[in-house]
Ligand binder design. Structure first.
Ligand code: HPA
Length: 274
């Protein structure tokens, strides 16, 4: 059982949980790590101290849980995540979500970097995730049903409407542009071809990225409410003359990360006392 693992890092999480009962966790994706540095009284626990949570291998992706206070609310920020394209099984990709649910988190805020299909999304900008299309064709829910999860979780409202309304309200108040759209989750690690982007647009996608969908499916199976925000870092392949590069994606993520942080902080502030 996670909570009773002997390592110092796991013990640090246990102590934070016992003292503060955090109910909100935030997954900070590529180039979006500012949130992890924004916590007061932060305790850093590398994934390697937490059994079953694989350490990410991609430069810029990090890999730790940071426990601390954000807007006076106890939160856990997951800095970095495991991706399917690193060769991890879907179960490994969602292990951190299962861990967070097991320690009592009931609200998950997921962030990622994504390419824009819709022309109204001008990078770098933010997109509230209204819905997703799981084009990884994988699921972490296969096999025996795990304790606390459903066999056939409903996915008709994966991204909580009330949390989205709060995010819109916060962004409006702060004067931060926040479009809303459908995120297509693909396997990667190659970026898409122009033909694939045309296909994804026909599938109803507004943005595309290589994470998040399996985590959200696991979160919903566990009954967590989810808020998702994409940092739109680039125009998708074929929709601009530019080639795509991971470096450009990270840099664009960094340029929009302070706005992302402000929106997330604003939402977290509204969660205090609820
Ligand atoms: N495609 C897939 N994943 C991404 C992209 C993209 O254009 N940008 C950031 N992550």
């Amino acid at each position: 059982m996670h909570l009773h693992h002997a390592s110092g890092g796991a013990r640090a999480v246990d102590e934070f949980v016992a003292a503060h009962r955090p109910r909100v966790a935030i997954v900070a994706g590529s180039g979006l790590h500012g949130l992890a540095d924004a916590l007061d009284h932060a305790v850093h626990v590398p994934f390697s101290d937490l059994p079953g949570i694989p350490s990410p291998t991609v430069a810029g992706h990090g890999g730790e849980l940071v426990c601390g206070m954000l807007e006076s609310l106890p939160v856990i920020v997951q800095r970095g995540r495991a991706h399917l394209y690193e060769g991890h099984a879907p179960e490994a990709v969602v292990e951190s979500v299962r861990f967070l649910a097991a320690i009592g988190v009931d609200t998950l805020i997921v962030t990622n970097a994504a390419g824009a299909l819709r022309t109204a999304l001008r990078p770098p900008t933010l997109m509230l995730i209204a819905d997703h299309v799981n084009l990884t064709f994988r699921s972490a829910l296969g096999g025996a049903v795990r304790e606390g999860e459903e066999r056939f979780p409903d996915m008709s409202a994966p991204y909580d409407a009330a949390l989205r309304a709060r995010a819109r309200q916060v962004a409006r108040t702060l004067g931060i542009a926040l479009e809303e759209g459908v995120y297509a989750g693909v396997l990667g690690p190659s970026y898409e071809t122009p033909a694939e982007i045309r296909m994804l647009a026909r599938f109803g996608a507004d943005a595309v990225g290589m994470s998040t969908v399996n985590e959200v499916i696991a979160a919903r199976a566990l009954g967590l409410r989810v808020l998702g925000i994409s940092a739109i870092t680039n125009v998708a392949a074929g929709l601009s003359p530019s080639r795509l590069s991971h470096g450009d994606v990270l840099r664009a993520g960094e340029r929009v990360s302070s706005n992302l942080e402000r929106v997330v902080r604003g939402v977290v502030r509204t969660l205090a006392g609820t």
